[in-house]
Structures are given as structure tokens and as C-alpha cells.
Design a protein around this ligand. Structure first.
Ligand SMILES: *Cc1c(COP(=O)(O)O)cnc(C)c1O
Ligand code: SF4
Length: 348
């Protein structure tokens, strides 16, 4: 067993231990955990400073998960209905997701795929083979996102098998991997893994960090191993109430990501999934947060604010509007400080 596999086996999964550690209601905790399982790697657990803090909220089952609005969806993104083949989701003309794993190092309480992880599962070799064959048949697919669950919960040779299969397809230009392990299980990013990934360029890795405290020295080293393998790193962050929905926390997170060689890519509003409403903040609040980044810190630290619309309608970017008024070609803009400036446009 490799070190990361031992860490995973040692992760906190026992409700009674959780109840003792945080002085929780035993019945309520067990009930939530029966519906939505939890697993907290010891390293991540160690980042919790107090019950209810931003790290705690992301990983510890909360009774509010079962008291949610029943009108919310089980499959908010309509992934089931946009399935090309088992494990392949296509919603855009030129790219698709390949679901390579049904497991994660940690089961995030706000996860979009919460319903699927009621019972974490393995993806069979046959399903992977059929998925790859399906991508090979669809010549418009030039960008493949290997996702899950977390693809880095697979062993190196399984990951290599998938990447080699996708890389062999001539019309596939780029491969992206989405993983949260640099945050939740940094020891997974071994030198061997990085050296293997390097064979499949152009390869991008999108990681997932939601709070500055998650960028521990171990996480930063894991990211450096990937970056040193020539892999451009992006971050997909979820905007979570009580975790990162204030301007200072968000700014520190984005700066720390950049310093760890990760370019902030997307900031998602949480999807409309049952059991996650307590994490939602309004669109206006979210746009206001972006306004508190743009201009105030490196433009490279400012992600796109994204809503992934329900039922497979796809992602839309929300951009704060700085055009105050317009008369003919005369546009009046407000800069990041709210100061006004005229800008003459030209005719169409
Ligand atoms: C998010 C997503 C993508 C990738 O979108 P980008 O905006 O290109 O990053 C592709 N396919 C599906 C089904 C997605 O959900
Ligand atoms: S790592 Fe990603 S896919 Fe896995 S539970 Fe967390 S948010 Fe969901």
C-alpha cells in the first residue's frame, strides 16, 4: 500500500468518533451520515480550529442537510439526461466529461453529485472502455474532462490507462483532469504520479480549494509537483456561505492560489441540490464579491463567477456591470473605486 492509500484507510468515517470529537447529537449525526456518507482525511480534519468554522462546515455532516427544501433537485445539472454513453456527459458541442471514478478522498457536504455518493462506487474497466470508444466516435469532441468523483482516487496504472486511451484519439486536442486531492489528500500527488501525467500533454489539472487555510505547506508542495511537470493548474472554487463568502477571505484564497501557481478559473454558485441550501448566497452578493477583487488585486487572481444552470442549460458567467449610462456613443463607466469616466464608443 502506498502512503496515500494508508491515509485514506485511516480517514475519519466513524460517526461515533465524530460525535465524541465535536460533541454532536448522536442520532441526528447518524441519520445524516446514513443518507449522505462522510469521510474526512486526518490531515484535513486537523485544519479545523473550532466547531462550525469554514473547514468544519465543508466536511462534517449537518442536520440541515436533511431539512432542506424538497423541491430541490437530485440531479441539478441534468447530467443523467445528457449522457452520451454511461459515464460520458456532453452538454457543449466540442467537449465532454468522462466520469472516471465514483469516489472522493472526502465527501464535501455541498457537493453537486451528493446523490451519487450516497453509495460511492467503482467504475468498471468495461465502462471506461465504452466511454473512450464513444469519444472516439464523436469527432467534434476535442476537449475531454476526466472527472468523477475524483480520478486521483484511482491507482496510477488505472489513471494511465484512461489517459492513454483518450490521448490515442486523434481529434482530442486537450485533456483536463478535475481533482480535489491536492487539497484533501495532498500525499496523493506523488512524484511518480506527476511523472506519469507528464506523458499526456497538453494536459490541464483543475483543483478545488475553497478557503485560504486549505493551502497548507503539504498542499502547496503537491501543487508544485504538478506545476513542475508542466501542467497548467486552475482552480474551481465554490462560493459557500460561512466558508468564503466575505471579501477578505476570498481575496486571501485567490492570492494564495496564485502564489501556489494555480490560476483561479471559476467561482461557482452552489448548484440547486437537495441538502445544500444552507450554503447559498445571493447572486447580488456574489457579484459584489467579484467587485471587491477586480482592481483591488491582480487581475490574474479574479475568477469568473459562474452559475451552472439547472437541467443541463450550461454555465453562465455573471459579470458586474460598470457601464453607468450611455447616450449615443458616449459611455459613462465607473472604475473599481466608483470614480466616473467617459469613454467614446464607435458606431457598430
Ligand atoms: C463544466 C462542464 C464542461 C467544461 O466547461 P468549460 O466552461 O469549458 O470549463 C464541459 N462539459 C460539461 C458537461 C460540464 O459540466
Ligand atoms: S471532491 Fe468534488 S466531487 Fe468529491 S465530494 Fe468534494 S466536491 Fe464532490
Amino acid at each position: 500500500m502506498e502512503k496515500w492509500q494508508r491515509s485514506l484507510a485511516d480517514a475519519l468515517c466513524d460517526p461515533d468518533e465524530l460525535v465524541r470529537r465535536f460533541d454532536l447529537d448522536r442520532d441526528a449525526t447518524r441519520r445524516v451520515a446514513e443518507t449522505f456518507p462522510f469521510r474526512i482525511p486526518r490531515g484535513y480534519l486537523g485544519l479545523i480550529r473550532a466547531k462550525g468554522d469554514p473547514i468544519y462546515l465543508q466536511c462534517v455532516p449537518d442536520p440541515r442537510e436533511l431539512e432542506d427544501d424538497p423541491a430541490l433537485l437530485d440531479d441539478p445539472l441534468g447530467e443523467e439526461s445528457h449522457t452520451l454513453a454511461p459515464g460520458i456527459v456532453q452538454r457543449y458541442p466540442d467537449r465532454c466529461l468522462l466520469m472516471a471514478s465514483g469516489r472522493c478522498a472526502m465527501y464535501c457536504r455541498f457537493c453537486t453529485r451528493k446523490r451519487k455518493f450516497r453509495r460511492p462506487f467503482a467504475v468498471s474497466r468495461e465502462e471506461i472502455d465504452r466511454g473512450i470508444a464513444c469519444i472516439a466516435e464523436n469527432e467534434t469532441l476535442r476537449d475531454v474532462l476526466v472527472s468523477g468523483g475524483d480520478p486521483f482516487l484511482l491507482e496510477d496504472d488505472q489513471i494511465e490507462y484512461i489517459l492513454a486511451g483518450v490521448r490515442r484519439i486523434e481529434h482530442v486536442e486537450i485533456i483536463r483532469i478535475g481533482t480535489r486531492t491536492p487539497c484533501t489528500l495532498p500525499e496523493r500527488i506523488t512524484r511518480r504520479l506527476a511523472a506519469m501525467l507528464k506523458k499526456f500533454h497538453p494536459l490541464f489539472v483543475n483543483v478545488h480549494f475553497n478557503h485560504p487555510d486549505e493551502l497548507t505547506p503539504a498542499a502547496v508542495e503537491a501543487l508544485a509537483r504538478l506545476a513542475d511537470a508542466g501542467i497548467p493548474l486552475g482552480s474551481q472554487t465554490v462560493l459557500l456561505r460561512g466558508v468564503n463568502d466575505d471579501p477578505e477571505t476570498l481575496k486571501r484564497l485567490m492570492r494564495k492560489l496564485l502564489a501556489a501557481r494555480v490560476r483561479p478559473y471559476y467561482l461557482f454558485l452552489p448548484d440547486l441540490i437537495y441538502g445544500t441550501s444552507h450554503f447559498r448566497s445571493s447572486i447580488a452578493h456574489a457579484a459584489g464579491l467579484i467587485d471587491r477583487l477586480r482592481g483591488w488585486t491582480s487581475g490574474m487572481a479574479v475568477p469568473h463567477l459562474i452559475i451552472d444552470l439547472p437541467n443541463g442549460f450550461g454555465k453562465v458567467a455573471i459579470t458586474p456591470d460598470h457601464l453607468v449610462e450611455r447616450h449615443g456613443n458616449d459611455c459613462l463607466f465607473a472604475n473599481y473605486r466608483g470614480e466616473l469616466c467617459h469613454y467614446p464608443d464607435v458606431e457598430k
